[in-house]
Design a protein around this ligand. Sequence first.
Ligand code: AMP
Length: 395
Amino acid sequence: MSGLTAPKGTFDTLPPDSERFLAVRDALTAPLRRAGYRYVETPVFEHTEVFSRGVGESTDVVTKEMYTFEDRGGRSLTLRPELTAGLMRAFIEHRLHTGALPVKLWAVGSAFRYERPQAGRYRHFTQVDMEALGVDDPALDAEVVALGVQGFRDLGLTEFELLLTSLGDATDRRPYREKLVAFLERLDLDEDTRRRAAINPLRVLDDKRPEVQAQLEDAPLVVDHLSDATRAHYDAVRQHLTDLGVTWTEAPRLVRGLDYYTKTTFEFVHRGLGAQSAIGGGGRYDGLSASLGGPDLSGIGYAVGVDRTLLAVRAEGLDLAGSAAVQAFVVHLGEEARRVAVGLVGRLRQAGVAADTVYGGRGLKGAMKAADRSGASHVIVIGERDLAEGVGQLK
Ligand code: AMP
């Protein structure tokens, strides 16, 4: 029977939840549309290389979680585990960097990761993604972060928190990396973790296992090793955030699951969600374009999980008005009234009124029940006598 149910880690979103899902998705993208970000669509699968190079070889996402397959032409393709790498690929391929900068883009859609499913963690989920590309300006970092905050605020959420740090740039990272590697060498770590540390030692700071975390208490932190320039950049970001009325918590151990982040890095967490508390996250990724074969351009952006934000909305008991209810419901009695009703519903819809009627000849009682279920504010009843008089009754 398993072939006839939704695959493990996936789910169907049905009414009325599906309407709440749409409301959340739209609320999360509205601030972007108001801030000059432009909509983009990219394929849900890409050449595997886009993600192995774009997301990073040391990440769980690339090593364990990708849905990779060979197509009938022998190409290695991968269902996107996130949206940024594909957007960057498109940005480079279509040379969007030759126009005015920054290029501000947003996208929304499915992402796929072969993860162990649990509450808030699925194998198919939906992300809202945004990117501001080609300009390294702390004011832009602050804009990006503030737009994320705005989406959550517009939904009425209050129990979320912004975690913020700076991961330094490539120059800061080199001496810091040596210090961290020396520190990690003295620890009792398994082979797998050592291998990961060899590719990206920062990764280890993100290890959630208590036995690893216990050993990391005195680990050197990037924020203590920032150059004057990156420190000034981070100070400016915080100043702009303050001006924008955004509050945050300093999170010097924040690393995030993708390899490409530099400088400003952040995560949105929600207090009502348990283990999978991250509702969104992002940061600056000044090396990503170059690592995908593009020009050496900076970028910053974030991804927010629509599904998890919906869970957060539910956890706070917020009532998002479903938009499904029609305004008018037409009930008809008798064969001739049906023809009039069908025509009337068509005209109402053409005039922009959300309207519905009853199908399948269910009699007055069934029709009134259907009208009730539709949530319509107005019910128009057309009976035989009304027909003769050319009127209907409005309830
Ligand atoms: P990431 O791309 O890992 O930074 O994730 C960004 C956001 O996407 C997270 O904060 C979550 O809200 C959401 N997300 C990531 N992975 C999953 C998943 N497996 N299931 C549901 N939501 C996810």
